[in-house]
Design a protein around this ligand. Structure first.
Ligand code: GLU
Length: 485
């Protein structure tokens, strides 16, 4: 079989990681089996349309390296690929079902429907559904009303008994009692198809063989299948994906602000890390591999590895994975990604040194400004920072240390990382001090915070001679004048 799959997003805003995963699995499946991957924009519900959302879809998919063989912008033999451009196509299909006795015109007005619903509810029948009222009209009556220009919808005639069911690759056989189904509207009074009808007509007319999508469509699929049966069309293979959860009981929802691809990119996550993480949310390769490039994913992907139970989204795991990707970047690539976050004005040499001390520590790029803010401005720090048990130091010892470190640094002519480092370590050795006992107060004096990327010598080098000496003198003064005993 020549496989044809599609990703059919509705342009309603940014791309959620759940949608991204649907797109990715569908694309991997197509690529793995040398099939066709189609992008279709489902914009029948114009009230939910968000300006610019189609561009977000293109940007996101391209941003992670996905391509499509047919779609709105690349064309194809089954176009157009935007539902609103296919408007005129749907009504004839609905009329075809009417002619075959599988659908019918309904002229009931909103008021009539509301009255009958209210009456049914008053009788204790809460789950009122359309009562097939217009199915009783004779052909002549229908024609007369159409000729008179009366507003109508077209409804599917769902059998009154029996069951509608389908087989899903992951969920098995799903069945629904037809008595629970409504005679769903296929074409609305404005001539536009309903979302469900357009989805089925499009999948069929585009020759889709495999439908992969979120499990929120599981309950609509029996209805879709009744349509396939009514038309006498071949049904696609269905693969509904288990949901991505925020925790054991809550689905990761569109309201979870940080669950959008572009938000993660804006925070400085690498698209390839996001894709890698998302790929493993609901699929596993059958072994313990965790790191995959896109081509490796194509190679390894198999529907049999898709999970039957919901996946839990773990932002920390994503951050961990991103940090691993960052560490593997070449220095040039690291600098390219980091540069927008480096506020340091001067010299390439600084950028390179910064890159080398930041790369092992950065988990995502937008952490950088907070990590290096002390370089542009010394924070207003508390003298208690000079206390550190592990380094066996406190304000008193620190005062002694700065007392001899300061003049030594003032006399140092070669202001390089190595020279500064050697000088400091040499002095610790000479005075039989732990390195930490000497380095801690120097680093606190230079940075004004306990956690910094890089050690005392690197920070002194980055700050430059004048600024370093100024900060050391300030610390010295602070230590001399504060009564900390
Ligand atoms: N347009 C639907 C959505 O964005 C997808 C429906 C489908 O894949 O069948 O959720």
């Amino acid at each position: 079989m020549h496989i044809r799959t599609r990703f059919a997003p509705s342009p309603t805003g940014y791309m959620h990681l759940g949608n991204l995963r649907s797109a990715l699995y569908t694309w991997l499946f197509a690529r793995k089996h040398k099939g066709v991957f189609i992008l279709r924009i489902e914009d029948t519900d114009q009230s939910r349309y968000v300006e610019g959302a189609v561009d977000v879809i293109y940007r996101t998919l391209r941003g992670i390296g996905m391509d499509w063989d047919e779609g709105p912008d690349v064309g194809g033999a089954f176009g157009p690929y935007v539902q609103s451009e296919r408007k005129s196509l749907y009504l004839p299909y609905a009329q075809q079902l009417v002619a075959a006795g599988k659908a019918y015109y309904c002229f009931c007005t909103h008021e009539e429907l509301n009255d009958r619903r209210a009456a049914a509810e008053a009788d204790g029948n809460a789950a009122w559904k359309y009562d097939k009222h217009c199915l009783n009209l004779t052909q002549e009556e229908v024609q007369a009303r159409l000729d008179a220009g009366q507003a109508y919808v077209i409804r599917q005639d769902v059998p009154l008994s029996g069951e509608a069911g389908f087989d899903d690759v992951l969920y098995g056989h799903i069945r629904v009692d037809c008595r629970e189904l409504d005679d769903m509207i296929l074409v609305k009074s404005d001539g536009m198809p309903t979302y469900n009808f357009a989805n089925v007509v499009d999948d069929h007319t585009m020759g889709i063989t495999h439908v992969m999508r979120g499990n929120e469509y599981l309950s609509s699929t029996p209805k879709y299948n009744l349509l396939y049966e009514a038309f006498g069309w071949d049904k696609p293979v269905y693969i509904h994906m288990t949901p991505i959860m925020r925790d054991a009981t809550h689905k990761l929802s569109k309201r979870d602000g940080d669950a959008y691809f572009e938000d993660y990119v804006a925070k400085g996550y690498l698209p390839e890390a996001i894709v890698n993480y998302v790929a493993l949310l609901g699929w596993n390769p059958g072994d313990d591999r965790e790191f995959f490039t896109l081509p490796e994913l194509i190679d390894a992907f198999d529907v049999s590895g898709m999970s039957k139970s919901p996946a839990i989204f773990d932002p920390q795991k994503l951050t961990w994975m991103n940090a691993e990707y960052i560490r593997k970047l070449s220095q040039a690539d690291f600098v390219r990604h980091a540069r927008p976050y480096l506020s340091v004005e001067s010299g390439e040499w600084r950028v390179e040194l910064l890159a080398s001390i930041l790369q092992p520590r950065v988990e995502y790029f937008s952490q950088i400004p907070d990590m290096i803010d002390f370089l542009s401005e010394l924070p207003d720090y508390d003298i208690e920072l000079f206390t550190n048990k592990k380094s066996k130091t406190n304000p008193e010892i620190s005062a002694q240390v700065l007392g001899f470190v300061l003049p030594a640094l003032e006399n140092l002519s070669d202001w390089s990382v190595t020279a500064i480092h050697d000088l400091l370590i040499g002095m610790a050795l000479e005075r039989e001090m732990k390195n930490g006992t000497l380095l801690w107060p120097v680093r606190i004096a230079l940075a004004g915070k306990p956690v910094t990327p890089g050690g005392a010598a690197e920070i002194a080098f980055l700050l430059g001679r004048d600024e370093s000496l100024k900060r050391l003198r300030q610390a010295n003064y602070k230590l001399q004048t504060t009564n900390y005993k």
